[in-house]
Ligand binder design. Structure first.
Ligand code: BES
Ligand code: MN
Ligand code: ZN
Length: 496
């Protein structure tokens, strides 16, 4: 889908659909009134007849039956104008674009999105363009039968100001990062294994102006990444530590790290996951790494002023003859020893090495993203990530960014008393403290490998994947939390 802007009259434009917002006050915008006039009042009449209340997420498709050159008007609800936010607009343009596509429209023209007291024109256009992409996302690479033939070719905004153009460019860039993360998560595990993920990261780096270093098994051995190597031992596919580097065009205002768990398939290892535990979705256990690659791919387009290290710890957790065992003692990159209680607590092991590695790149602050524990899902549900951290300002900034994107996140404690639960019997630390406080003890293990660098940890086991069709998502990878990472970096750049 091509998203662009052009100065045009909605009422006289040839198109398959006009996308038009209406808020909860049910007032038509200037764009809407022009369309309504050209339809001799039939638009307002149809909305009244449909009982349309402008509620967020609601959409109604009104055929124009020859009254306009455009074949239909897709009206989307944007909710209360007094409390309008960017996520409201993203949602409206997502459901509107999807409805236009499903009604057969290929060529869609869009009215200007509404603005509000705390939402300027650039951000409104950004949110609308983002919604158009997210709402029409599909993953079709492996479909040969019943391939959907409906798709929007062009979404054109009736606007051409610089502010609008900047917004559409930013929304398109962010959508590209989210879409990349979704595509990676949706790839089947036979096609996406650590070496392949590294190749893709290299291609993304070449396309988006990043540096890319890939550390293979021999390199991991040389750097003492014993925890990562252990997790990868049971698989014929060798592990990789993928390192992307973004360098800003101008002076760098700091060095940050984004660290992702990328277990391309998690069988649980010798502690094999039982049937019925959702094994077929464990290709999504690389969603943290996918989000890192997705976010890194957008940093240049958003012109962010920081040096950013994107580090992706990738392995496949299998049960082969060389697999690591419960009882094994591993030596991580920083020299600490870890006693394996469960081979299914593998994410924290690859992250232990990756966090040490990132800290040693000189990061002042680092954020890791990981589909780490079922316990996080039990605590906060499928739609919300738990957020931990050693720096309250860092955690607060991440939560504030999440509040602006609409991606749900909630803070969790790193109580030192619970460190006792992962004290090793023969080694320094054990990799599982059992069921109680499972998300917290996983985070406490990670903290041991942060080398004193300000650090936050997002457990995305719930929201990285969805089984339901939502306004912004279809079944599969969600691309969560790429939008929040970018919003966090942008706010930091703006000194907010
Ligand atoms: N990848 C899983 C966590 C997960 C569960 C992600 C459900 C997405 C959906 C992780 O590697 C894991 O197996 N965690 C164990 C840890 C336990 C053995 C201490 C868990 O949560 O059960
Ligand atoms: Mn596991
Ligand atoms: Zn896992």
């Amino acid at each position: 889908m091509d998203v662009s802007l052009r100065s045009l009259e909605l009422a006289t434009e040839e198109a398959d659909a006009i996308l038009l917002p209406v808020g909860a006050d049910r007032a038509l915008s200037a764009d809407g009134m022009a369309v309504d006039r050209a339809m001799d009042g039939a638009l307002a009449a149809a909305l009244a007849d449909a009982g349309f209340e402008g509620k967020p997420g609601k959409v109604v498709v009104i055929p124009t039956l020859g009254q306009l050159p455009a074949r239909r008007v897709v009206v989307v609800g944007t909710g209360d104008p007094a409390t309008l936010t960017a996520p409201d607009i993203t949602r409206a343009w997502a459901v509107g674009s999807r409805a236009a596509r499903d009604s057969g429209a290929r060529n869609v023209v869009s009215a200007t999105p509404p603005t509000g007291s705390s939402l300027g024109l650039t951000d409104a256009f950004r949110a609308a363009a983002l919604g158009g992409f997210l709402g029409t996302y599909e993953f079709l690479e492996y479909r040969t039968l019943d391939r959907p033939t409906r798709a929007i070719d062009a979404l054109t905004f009736a606007a051409d100001s610089d502010d609008a153009r900047r917004g559409v460019a930013a929304g398109t860039a962010v959508a590209g990062g989210v879409t990349l993360a979704r595509d990676l998560v949706n790839q089947p595990p036979d096609a996406l294994y650590p070496e392949r993920l590294a190749e893709i990261a290299r291609d993304v780096a070449a396309r988006t102006g990043l540096e890319c270093r890939v550390h293979d098994r021999a390199a991991l051995e040389a750097m003492g990444a014993g925890a990562t190597l252990a997790v990868g031992k049971g698989s014929a596919r060798e592990p990789r530590l993928i390192h992307l580097i973004y360098t800003p065009r101008g002076a760098s205002r700091g060095t940050l790290g984004l660290v992702g768990k990328a277990i391309t398939f998690d069988t649980g290892g010798i502690n094999l996951k039982p049937t019925g535990s959702g094994l077929e979705h464990m290709k999504s256990d690389m969603a943290g790494g996918a989000a890192v690659i997705g976010a890194m791919s957008v940093l240049g387009a958003l012109d962010l002023p920081f040096t950013v290290h994107g580090v992706v710890a990738s392995a496949e957790n299998m049960t082969g003859a060389a697999a690591y065992r419960p009882g094994d003692v591993l030596r991580a990159m920083n020299g600490k020893t870890i006693e394996v209680i469960s081979t299914d607590a593998e994410g924290r092991l690859v992250l232990a090495d990756a966090l040490t590695y990132t800290a040693r790149q000189g990061a002042e602050a680092m954020i890791d993203l990981a589909t780490l524990t079922g316990a996080s899902v039990v605590a906060l549900g499928l739609d919300c990530a738990s957020v931990f951290g050693t720096s309250q300002p860092l955690v607060d900034d991440i939560l504030a960014a999440a509040g602006r994107t609409g991606e749900l996140m909630w803070p969790m404690p790193l109580w030192p008393q619970y460190r006792e639960l992962i004290r090793g019997d023969v080694a320094d630390i054990k990799n599982s403290g059992g069921r109680p406080a499972g998300a917290i003890t996983a985070a406490l293990l990670l903290k041991e490998f942060t080398e004193g660098v300000d650090w936050a940890h997002l457990d995305i086991a719930g929201p990285a994947w969805t089984e339901r069709v939502g306004d912004l998502t279809v079944k599969g990878g969600t691309g969560y939390p790429v939008r929040t990472l970018l919003a966090f970096l942008e706010a930091r750049a703006a000194g907010r």
